[in-house]
Design a protein around this ligand. Structure first.
Ligand code: ZN
Ligand code: ZN
Length: 68
């Protein structure tokens, strides 16, 4: 699994560490950010937020778009 951003930068032999949760492209350690995310869980009729944070992988491009 090659990182999409690395392919764009002529480094096709990089190793992807995950899939961006926003765009679905493979991304590597250099181009990805792993962010903590709150997890909603069902709690009877309502929903509550778990005390433990989950995580999600976002690529550099999507992270920049989220911050813009
Ligand atoms: Zn990369
Ligand atoms: Zn992305």
């Amino acid at each position: 699994m090659a990182c999409y951003d690395c392919i764009q930068e002529n480094r096709p032999d990089s190793t992807g560490i995950g899939i961006c949760t926003r765009c679905g492209l493979a991304t590597c350690h250099d181009h990805a950010r792993v962010l903590a995310t709150h997890v909603q869980r069902a709690n009877g009729m309502s929903r509550s937020t778990s005390r433990l944070a989950g995580r999600r992988v976002v690529c550099r491009t999507c992270l920049a778009a989220e911050a813009a």
